[in-house]
Design a protein around this ligand. Structure first.
Ligand SMILES: *Cc1c(COP(=O)(O)O)cnc(C)c1O
Length: 423
């Protein structure tokens, strides 16, 4: 299969090349040239997520150099469960937080890392992070041969636990603590990519969330969970999805478009309402982001909206199965409390936006997508639920690790020195 830019249908490339480029040359995002169609029967009898992943992803890998490696990529990437936790007969929570760093970004990051690990060339990955993405990327790429990773994060702006998750690595992972804010880290990465000499000398590439190699594997847990629900209840569930940059939700929309049994898709945003505005009024007005309790969704200019607009412009049907609604910090707090008292569940602030919309919009037959383990946001959640949250086994190992970072100024030549030293 070929992948094309959202900005120019003629600009196509292979999957491997789309993974390496991240962003298309014209600034657009890569999307599949066409979507395969599947039969439910194709998936019956497959038990593990990695088998489902292989069956689902193979058409996207056809004729690419990675096709022969896909089975092993799936086996190494889908090493943890994404279970559907039914709270009663018709409603369930899709738990995406059982991976190595406790957030759904582990799925995409691990898959992309495995893909890069199978490529012939030596690569250098640069990532700017405000927290969760960097830790998922670091954990996923640690020990992948032929790939060096540099994580840039703002000094003093992330939690102690997040910093440990970022900076506990060594070997092929280098954590750079930048004397500035997140925007400066991101700017530095962009400067490095636009320095053509530097870029080609070190084979620079990115692992950020707009990479198609992170989006495709996210489809897999929607495929698995919508089929499980459908077989159990003989009807389709509606997914309620905490949404920031819209990568997670777009995966669900693609899965529905490919014919899988999904009823409605509800995008749950925090007070950053660019997506809500677009879905409700058709107007795309990117804004500066505002800080909320669900900080991994603090996105004012959601990149993947471009992929959704592209999908719409290539379809001849309405998308009225999609709705979007903002949830305030006050409502997030109330929903964390209610999940505790109604269901005995401790949820993270992002997951709380989904719970809030389920009651506000009176959704039935729902699957609420739980994007992170609440302990990652314990500073917010513990005071609300009134007790300490215990660390799950996948996260407890980080507590004893020491941090191993290098301080730097937000300066491209300084970054270059690190890149040279390690080659
Ligand atoms: C990244 C993230 C989100 C938002 O996902 P998008 O794909 O950006 O919409 C929601 N919750 C958590 C915990 C996240 O880390």
């Amino acid at each position: 299969m070929k992948f094309r830019s959202t900005r120019d249908s003629e600009l196509t490339t292979t999957l491997s090349d789309a993974l390496l480029q991240g962003l298309a040359n014209d600034g657009g995002l890569f999307v599949p040239e066409n979507f395969p169609s599947y039969q439910l029967d194709d998936f019956l009898g497959l038990d593990s997520l990695s088998e489902i992943a292989y069956r689902f992803l193979l058409p996207f890998f056809r004729n690419d150099q990675l096709e022969i490696h896909l089975q092993s990529i799936c086996e190494n990437a889908f090493t943890f469960d994404t279970p559907l936790n039914f709270i009663d007969a018709n409603n369930a929570i899709l738990e995406l937080f059982h991976g190595p760093t406790g957030a759904f970004k582990d799925v995409g990051a691990r898959f992309l890392a495995q893909c890069f690990g199978k490529m012939e060339s030596e690569l250098t990955i640069l990532v700017a992070t405000s927290g969760d993405t960097g830790s998922a990327v670091a954990a996923a790429f640690h020990g992948i041969s032929g790939v060096k990773v540099y994580i840039l994060y703002p000094k003093g702006m992330i939690s102690d636990f997040q910093e440990t998750q970022l900076a506990c690595w060594s070997d092929n992972i280098t954590s750079l603590r930048v004397e500035s804010d997140f925007d400066a880290c991101q700017k530095l990465v962009k400067e490095a990519f636009s320095d053509e000499a530097l870029k080609s000398k070190h084979n620079l590439t990115s692992a950020n969330s707009i990479n198609i190699g992170r989006l495709l594997p996210q489809c897999v847990y929607y495929v698995a969970s919508c089929i499980e629900y459908y077989l159990k209840n003989q009807k389709s569930a509606s997914f309620v999805i905490p949404t920031g940059n819209m990568g997670n939700a777009l995966a669900a929309i693609w899965v529905k478009e490919m014919g899988f049994p999904i009823d409605k898709i509800i995008l749950s945003c925090n007070e950053n309402d660019t997506i809500v505005d677009y879905i409700e009024n058709g107007k795309f007005n990117p804004k500066a982001s505002i800080r909320t309790l669900a900080n991994a969704m603090d996105v004012g200019n959601p990149s993947n909206l471009e992929r959704f607009m592209d999908l719409k412009s290539h379809s001849n049907h309405e998308f009225d199965y999609i709705s979007a609604k903002s949830v305030s910090d006050g409502e997030i707090t109330i929903s964390i409390k209610k999940a505790q008292s109604n269901f005995g569940l401790i949820i993270c602030p992002h997951t709380a936006t989904a719970f809030n919309n389920i009651s506000k919009l009176q959704i039935s037959d729902w699957i609420a997508v739980s994007t992170a383990h609440p302990v990652k946001f314990k500073e917010i959640v513990e005071p609300i639920v009134g007790h300490n949250i215990s660390m799950p086994a996948n996260l407890i190992k980080f507590l004893d690790l020491s941090k191993n970072y290098i301080d730097m100024n937000p300066d491209l030549r300084e970054l270059e020195k690190f890149l040279i030293k390690s080659t």
